[in-house]
Design a protein around this ligand. Structure first.
Ligand code: ADP
Ligand code: MG
Length: 294
């Protein structure tokens, strides 16, 4: 399959590096994969993002939390190349200044809704992005069939989305995103609609898959536990217009076991994040009241 033009920094965090590669937190500092500086986005009278800046290292797992409506999905739409930011900010990918639209096809993106096609089977939904890229259906199906087990979908290749549980549908959508092999994956609240138990299982599974495939992940969630359990770093966004309010490194050891959430280190980090989020949620609430009154 075709890969994006590779600058040296790309190879360092390559897709198929061995599973025993050190976690990003311990790896030597490498040139960033993506840098945003002063990125703003205005929709008519609504300022969604205002001077957002962030730098993402190759192989990093960065989680993003913030009050609803603060511009998280807008940020992903820009990084995936679907929306252009306002004039004045800068985007750098693999060390090169670019426009948002230059990132189209260079980033794999799982939007907030799973967007499976109801008339396609599991396997044909999983290969959709590969087909759009020009892969032959037979070749793509063979690659996807090999991965089914890893995604907990073995034996379900001929089922249709309506025959699957919520967790399985999310795994099909994730598999499609993984099969679109790009260094940077954007996942917008992928587990938001799942029950607590399925969600915990999916988080552990995602960490396994991430360690094995060594992708760089940006992951939006509204769940602070999830943000800490998964991330090398958590970005807390301000109330709209969104900026990065806090970048919290998470130096908890990997692999992470589910009971890590009961450790004093985890609880202390959670306290810090909850305080930051609460401050912003109150602002969002006040903003909503003002807009109602207007
Ligand atoms: N295409 C659009 N047109 C107009 N307003 C939009 C558009 N996309 C997002 N917005 C507005 O921008 C703000 C941020 O939205 P969004 O990025 O979806 O927030 P989040 O994902 O953090 O909940 C919201 O007020 C939303 O209504
Ligand atoms: Mg959103």
């Amino acid at each position: 399959m075709r890969r994006p033009a590779a600058a040296p920094a790309l190879r360092a965090g390559d897709l198929d590096a061995p599973a025993e590669a050190p976690p990003a937190a311990e790896a030597p500092r490498r040139a960033p994969l993506l840098v945003l500086s002063g990125v703003s986005k205005t929709f008519g009278a609504v300022r969604a993002l205002d001077g957002l800046g962030v730098s993402i290292a190759p192989g990093e797992f960065v989680t993003v939390v913030g009050p609803s409506g603060c511009g998280k999905s807008t940020l992903f739409n820009i990084v995936s190349g679907l929306e252009e930011p306002d004039e004045g900010g800068a985007i750098e990918f693999l060390g090169k200044r670019c426009r948002a639209r230059d990132l189209l096809g260079k980033v794999s993106f799982m939007p907030q809704r799973d967007l499976l096609l109801p008339w396609r089977t599991v396997i044909d939904n999983a290969i959709l992005a590969m087909e759009i890229e020009g892969a032959r259906r037979g070749d793509a199906r063979r690659i996807a069939l090999d991965m089914l087990g890893e995604f907990g979908l073995a034996g379900f290749e001929h089922q249709y989305p309506h025959q699957l549980s919520g967790g399985m549908r999310q795994r099909v959508a994730l598999m499609r995103t993984f099969l679109f092999k790009r260094d940077l994956m954007l996942l917008d609240e992928p587990f938001g609609a799942l029950d607590a138990l399925t969600r915990t299982l999916m988080q552990r599974w995602l960490l396994d898959v991430w360690q094995k495939h060594r992708r760089t992940i940006l992951f939006i969630t509204h769940d602070v536990d999830e943000a800490l359990f998964l991330g090398d770093r958590v970005l807390v966004m301000t109330a709209r217009p969104g900026r990065v309010k806090l970048e919290q490194p998470v130096s908890l050891p990997r692999p992470r076991r589910p009971d890590i959430v009961t450790t004093p280190e985890f609880i202390a980090l959670k306290r810090t994040l909850l305080d930051a989020i609460e401050e912003e949620s109150i602002k969002t609430f006040t903003l909503a009241k003002k807009e109602d009154a207007a």
